[in-house]
Every structure is written in C-alpha cells, then in structure tokens.
Design a protein around this ligand. Structure first.
Ligand SMILES: [Cu+2]
Length: 155
C-alpha cells in the first residue's frame, strides 16, 4: 500500500514538472520574424480619392522575406509605390515585390517608398487610425494601425 502511494506521488510530481515545462515554453514566445512599426498616414481632403501611408518594416529572421501586397479596409486598392525622379519631374511607380534581407530595416518615408491607398471609402481625418495589412511571402499577413498626422510621429 505504502509503495502504491509513493508511486502515485511520484506520478503527480512528474505531471507537475511536465506541465510547468510546457508553460515555460509558451511564455518563451519567439520574436515575430517581421515587424511593421511607426505607421502613419496623412489627412486627406474631403473629395480626395487617394491617401498615402508610411511605415517601417524590419526583418528579424535569419532569412530574407518579400512583401507581396498591402491591403486596407478603408481603400479599394492599396499598393507599394516608389518615388521616381527624372530631372525636375517627380513620379511614382508601382513596386510589386519588395525583398527585405535578414536583419534589414526598410523605412517608407516621404520622397521614397510609400503605400498608396486608392479609392478611399471616406476622407482620412486627424485622430483616425487607419488599418493596414502587409502580406509577406514567409511571415504571412502582418497587421498594424497607422496614426493620422501631417508629419512622421516622433517617438
Ligand atoms: Cu504613390
């Protein structure tokens, strides 16, 4: 009888130790492979049909990843653009894929890369937050909310 009791105790202790271990693993979550931070968008006029968004993408993983597309609930179409310059003429071109190598940070800033929000469902106003989802080849969809401001938020 005593032996059986000891066996039960041992079994219970094993259960406790394994469950503690499982809990430790859950708490030790890996850092997201791709982060999208500091997203901001400019307010638009009442009749403006398109908006712009800037943000920072960092690849924390050991391998390169590629941005395949962007999507926002407030725009019919969203896409990545690059600003082009030909002498005095400034234009934009659509960038279909953007590869971010391991450890690289790419900032979308005025005069450079930006996200174009086309056919807005309504004006973008100061105080709004604009949802945006970036889809990466490996990391999958990464969502964030952009603040609305005339210039890049400082923090
Ligand atoms: Cu553009």
């Amino acid at each position: 009888m005593v032996k059986a009791k000891q066996m039960v105790m041992l079994f219970v202790m094993m259960l406790i130790s394994t469950s503690t271990h499982a809990c430790d693993q859950q708490m030790d979550e890996p850092v997201a492979s791709i982060t999208v931070t500091n997203a901001w968008s400019r307010p638009t006029g009442r009749r403006t049909m398109s908006g712009v968004m800037y943000l920072t993408i960092t690849n924390h993983s050991d391998s390169s990843d590629t941005l395949l597309g962007v999507q926002s609930d407030i725009a019919e179409t969203a896409m990545l653009h690059a600003t082009t310059r030909d002498g005095d003429v400034t234009g934009m071109e659509h960038i279909g894929r953007l590869t971010i190598v391991s450890g690289q940070t790419i900032s979308l800033t005025p005069g450079g890369y930006h996200i174009m929000l086309m056919t807005l469902s309504g004006p973008i106003k100061k105080g709004d937050t604009v949802p945006i989802t970036l889809t990466f080849e490996k990391a999958g969809p990464v969502a964030t909310n952009a603040v609305v401001s005339m210039s890049a938020p400082t923090d």
